[in-house]
Each structure stands twice: as C-alpha cells, then as structure tokens.
Design a protein around this ligand. Structure first.
Ligand code: ADP
Length: 425
C-alpha cells in the first residue's frame, strides 16, 4: 500500500535518516489522498446544495494532490512538499476568506502549519517557520481585513452551518492526530535506533577491552617462548638439541600465525560487506578440509563428506569458509586420541530457503558446564591443546552477519555435533 505513494527502493538505504525521509514521503502521499477524498465529499455535498461556485476550488485541491503524489513518487519529496503547501495554503485562503459563516475553515490553517513543521522537520526549520508565517498572514487577512469574498456562493442555512462546522471539526481533529501520531512514531523509532546503536557500541567497547587484554597476552606468549629458545640455541653446542629448539620455535611461530589469521578473519567479518555468489558447497568444504591437511592430528582422523555433488548455493563463500575452517578444524583438533577410529563427518541438506550444515565428530566432547560459554570471546574449555579461544566466537559473529545461526549438541567422551543454519538468498 505504501508503495503507491513512494517506491521504497528510492530509500533503500538503511540509515535512519533515509528511513525518516521515506516515512515523510509516505505521509505526504497519505495526506494528498485524504485531502482528495475530503474534496470529493465536499464537491458532492455542495453540488447537492446548489453551491456550484465552490466546486472548481475543491477540484483544484484534488488536482494539486494528484500532481504532488506524482512528483513525490519520482523522489522529489522537498519539491512536492513545497508545491503542496504553497498551493493548498493559497486555496485554503480562498475558502477562509469566503467563510463568513464561520464554519471552522480557518482552523485548517493550523493543520497546514503542523504539516509544514512535520514535513520540513527540524533540519529545515527556516522553511517550517516561513510557511507558519504565511498561514498567520492568511488568517489575518481572511479574518480581519474587510475584503469582498472571492467565491460568491449562496449562504448556508443555520442547521447546515452547524453540520459543516462539526464535519470540519472532526476532519481537523483527525488530520492533526495523524500528524502528531506520525511525529511520535518517528521519535519512538529514532530513540529505538539510538538505543540499539548504544547497545552495539557498548558491546563493541567491552569486546575491544577484553580483546586488547587477551590479545596482548596471546601475542606475547609465543614471542617470549621464541626469545627463550633463541637464547638457549645461542649457548648450545649440541646440534640435536638446537634442532629440537628449532622445532619448538616453528611451533611457536605457527601459534602466532594462527592467532594473527584469526584476528584478520574477525576484523574482515566486522568490516567488509557481504559478497553473495554462487558456489558448489561440496567443493568449498573439500577445499577447507584440504587446507587443514597440515593441522595437528589430521592424519589420524577420517574425513567423511555427505554433501550432494550438485549442491550449488548462493552465499558469502569467504565467510562460510571461515566458519567451516574453524568448526572442522576444531573437530580434528579435539579428536579423541583413545578412539580407535576417529572421524569427522560434514553433512548438508538444502531446504527451500535455508541450508543446514552439520559437522559431527566422535572426539572428546564438551562438558555440559562449558556449553553456554563455548561461543564467547577467548573462552577455552580445554588446556591440553593450544588455541586462542577465538575460533567459535568468530564463527558466531560471522554467522550473525550471514543471518544464520549455530547450535551444539555434545557429550563428554562421546563427541560433538555443530549445526549451522544459513538463509539461502
Ligand atoms: P580454541 O580451539 O582456540 O580453544 P574455539 O573458540 O575454537 O577456541 O573453541 C572453544 C573451545 O570449545 C575449545 O577450547 C574447546 O574446548 C571446545 N571445542 C570446540 N570445538 C570442539 C569439538 N569439536 N570437540 C570438543 N571440544 C570443542
């Protein structure tokens, strides 16, 4: 329905500013429609009463409304508002000037004053004041100046005067209420948007604090260990010992490298826009599996893919890769060394509008007490394996950006299943 007055695509931008402009454009369209309906009703009423002299003026109002709706639909909201207010106030002056019987026509000037304030808003306060002054001048001339009436219509009888007055009262009350309601709703939405932004900012601030604290530790630990190993190597004469130190250094560098990659993944997800493209899910998952070939424990774990060969989907492949890399990587990393046949299975099913991916393992599993915190930043439920505790946090943040979600079923000593749900565009 709102698309009749303005095409939403003209304000596709999701910022509040744009949303407010869009709502104002819709309001202008609604006002034009209402005024046209009122004019048609008055045309019928006055024609029945033989007051044909007023009919052209009502028709002018209706035609102006139609014209304004067209200009507004083209996206020229400000021009449409200015034309609307200028012509309508002028026509209203003619009616007010003719309102010798005092049937409440001049009160419509108050409505147009309110319309000017609502449409132009605080950012165009000068225009609002300008139109308010015009309504004041019109009222002054029509009410106080002793000019002959512009429309020479036959006078109304006493009961008709009362009917017109009551009808005008209700129309003015409805229009004013519509405007006040509009302003309240815009204000409410603005407050809500500010509140949401504040929540996001305070979350980002808390995350940043914790991030700096933990990251400095995670970056320093491998560097400290490297410094220590370099010192030990310097003083060692034994080649075998130096080789062991070099292996330990490689491990520290590997930890540092993984951590830096995780930071890059996190930042990329937060900063870059979604990039939707068509890709084959099986190929993408196998690529992820292949890239994990050199991770610890990979050689012991059997990888099983149960994904249809022709599974073409549209999503952000870079982000989905990050998600799968972390979950499959964890399933390999947290395999059970006591298990004779460790495996990781990746399954997928496509429903009409969503993609389900399950990553199941028969690894060490997760204790119930840790499950609620498993997706928190820097949370680790295992001390035996090295890690930053960022992986599942990145998974959760990335899926949020993709409009998806993740849940977990796990039993300590038995294994885990991570279930991803993604909307398909
Ligand atoms: P990291 O692996 O760096 O510790 P993650 O955020 O990826 O951090 O995982 C958080 C914790 O969740 C891990 O420390 C681990 O205890 C647990 N975890 C994640 N995936 C699995 C899994 N497949 N099996 C068992 N435990 C897991």
């Amino acid at each position: 329905m709102k698309d009749i007055f303005i095409s939403k695509s003209r304000y596709a931008d999701t910022t509040f500013d744009s949303y407010e402009k869009y709502k104002k454009a819709v309001l202008l369209g609604q006002l034009c429609l209402l005024i046209s309906i009122i004019c048609v009703a008055y045309v019928i009423l006055d024609s029945l009463l033989g007051r044909f002299q007023v009919v052209p003026y009502y028709l002018m109002c209706a035609v102006t409304s139609g014209l304004v709706i067209i200009i507004n639909r083209q996206g020229h909201f400000k021009l449409a508002s200015t034309i609307f207010l200028s012509i309508m106030i002028l026509l209203l002056y003619v009616f007010t000037d003719n309102d010798q019987a005092l049937i409440g026509t001049h009160m419509y000037l108050v409505v147009y004053g309110l319309v000017a304030i609502t449409l132009y808003g605080y950012e165009n306060i000068a225009w609002s004041i300008c139109f308010l002054l015009v309504t004041l001048v019109c009222f002054y001339i029509a009410y106080f100046a002793d000019l002959p009436p512009i429309i020479q219509a036959p006078p109304l009888t006493e009961p008709l005067k009362q009917t017109y007055f009551i009808a005008n009262f209700f129309i003015i009350l409805s229009l004013s209420s519509l405007l006040v309601f509009f302003l309240i709703s815009i204000n409410f939405k603005a407050n809500k948007a500010i509140w949401q932004k504040t929540q996001q900012l305070s979350k980002a601030n808390n995350d940043l604090d914790r991030f700096v604290y933990n990251a400095s530790h995670d970056l320093k630990a491998p560097l400290n260990s490297l410094t220590g190993l370099v010192e030990l190597s310097k003083h060692s004469q034994d080649l075998a010992e130096v080789k062991t130190y070099l292996q330990m250094m490689t491990k520290s560098i590997g930890n540092l490298d993984t951590f830096i990659h995780e930071i890059i993944d996190y930042s990329r997800n937060a900063k870059t826009e979604l990039k939707l493209e068509k890709f084959n899910l099986l190929e993408l998952t196998k690529d992820v599996g292949d890239a994990l070939k050199f991770s610890q424990g990979f050689e012991k774990v059997k990888m099983i893919y149960s994904i249809p060969t022709e599974s073409l989907i549209t999503s952000d492949s870079t982000r989905l890769k990050v998600v799968l890399n972390n979950i499959i990587g964890n399933a390999i990393k947290y395999h059970d060394p006591q298990q004779s046949d460790p495996w990781v299975m990746v399954r997928s099913t496509i429903h009409t509008d969503k993609l389900m991916i399950e990553v199941e393992d028969n690894g060490i599993g997760i204790d119930d007490q840790y499950k609620p915190k498993i997706f928190d930043m820097f949370f680790r439920a295992n001390d035996t394996m090295k890690g930053s505790g960022l992986g599942l946090y990145i998974v959760k943040e990335t899926l949020e950006k993709l409009g998806g979600r993740i849940d977990l079923t796990s039993q300590l000593g038995k294994g885990s299943v991570f279930r991803i749900e993604l909307p398909l565009s």
